[in-house]
Design a protein around this ligand. Structure first.
Ligand code: TYM
Length: 345
């Protein structure tokens, strides 16, 4: 067993149980990474990493939307550089590319025979994405089953994600439960964990919509790759609400988003910020949000620039991560094959 398995020594009904929490999460190499990805997901992955934590660049998921092959290849390395720049340490946690561990596709097929058309049709992300397209691939429909395979192969207890991925993690739990009921205890049941603030960073121009790689306009999203000056301008031009009061409320989505960004980047509570900004104006708030966001991103942006100069080193780290991930995933697949009645090869 690899180092990450050394203290998972007590099999409980076929799976391994221990005091350490096992974590899995993933990010698609589509579009450029933005502030929502950082605050909702990988900034937190880096801060909370431990040896039992698996982080995956999900290139197979990225194939469910039209794409250009050379661009995909480039983006995988680019996203890896951002994750490393954020502080993910490949000597602590396990960072790898999904397609390097073939068990992900194999497990997906078996889970396809457990998941139902009805539950996949109810996925909000599928409904939104399929509504934007003329032709919908089977891959897009099946996307959440591949995501379930990602998570279940590693017996993950926790899945740190933004709020938009919660439904997919709940589906994963349902599929795991059904599988366990049909074939015997095999998979751990995962749960999504959300950050205290920044779980749903909204588009700066349309604050009733999530900041998104594919949908947001350039003015609506803060890219990690842009300069501090551009970030500052975008925040200063963010759409706010009528009135002047600085408080979080449903009818004030723009101001609520700015308060959430400040809470996520300073650690302050929203209520505390509302008190602090009594009598101040939207301009004051925006200036402080811009400064705080740039302050958090500054070291990440600096490290990224260094890492991007050494793609060969990054590729080597990812291959090493895949080796460690495969050790765990292949054992799970042995268990799955045995439980589902496949003849040993
Ligand atoms: P993806 O690539 O869209 O996003 C990566 C992570 O960023 C979070 N996120 C946000 N958080 C806060 N505010 C936002 N505006 C925002 N936009 C995105 C997402 O919630 C996510 O945590 N299906 C997944 C990738 C995936 C995965 C997995 C995740 C594949 N397999 C297994 C967890 C476990 C996705 O499309 O993420």
């Amino acid at each position: 067993m690899g180092k990450q398995d050394s203290h998972r020594s007590q099999p409980v009904s076929g799976r391994y149980h221990d005091a350490m929490v096992r974590t899995f999460s993933g990010i698609q190499p589509t579009g450029e990474v933005h502030l929502g990805n950082y605050l909702g997901a990988f900034g937190r992955w880096a801060r909370e990493q431990e040896p039992e934590h698996f982080f995956c660049i999900v290139d197979l998921h990225a194939m469910t939307a039209p794409y250009d092959p050379p661009v995909l290849r480039e983006r995988v390395v680019d996203v890896a550089c951002w994750l490393l720049a954020a502080g993910i340490d490949p000597d602590v946690s396990i960072l790898f590319i999904q397609s390097h561990v073939r068990e992900h596709t194999e497990c997906t097929w078996i889970l396809n025979c457990v998941a139902t058309m009805g539950e996949l049709s109810r996925m909000v992300q599928y409904k939104e994405k399929s509504a934007q397209r003329q032709s919908v691939s089977v891959g897009l429909f099946d996307y959440p089953v591949l995501q379930a395979a990602d998570i279940l192969l590693y017996d993950a207890d926790e899945v740190p994600v933004g709020a938009d991925q919660q439904q997919h993690v709940e589906l994963t739990r349902d599929i795991a439960q059904r599988f366990n009921a049909r074939f015997g205890e095999t998979f751990a049941l995962p749960r999504a964990t959300l950050p205290r603030a920044g779980a749903r960073v909204m588009d700066l121009q349309q604050p009733d919509r999530r900041m998104s790689k594919s949908v947001s306009s350039p003015q609506g999203k803060i890219l990690l790759s842009e300069s501090e000056e551009i970030t500052r301008k975008k925040i200063m031009r963010a759409v706010t609400d009528s009135g002047t009061e600085i408080r979080a409320a449903e009818d004030k989505p723009g101001v609520s988003n700015l308060l959430d960004l400040l809470a996520a980047t300073t650690g302050a509570e929203i209520a505390e910020l509302e008190t602090r900004y009594k009598g101040k104006n939207y301009g004051d708030l925006k200036r402080d949000v811009a400064e705080s966001v740039n302050g958090v991103l500054r070291p990440v942006r600096q490290r990224y620039a260094e890492l991007r100069n050494d793609p060969a080193e990054v590729a080597a780290l990812l291959r090493r991560g895949a080796g460690a991930a495969r050790e765990v995933a292949s054992k799970t697949m042995d268990r799955v094959r045995e439980r589902t009645g496949l003849v040993a090869s």
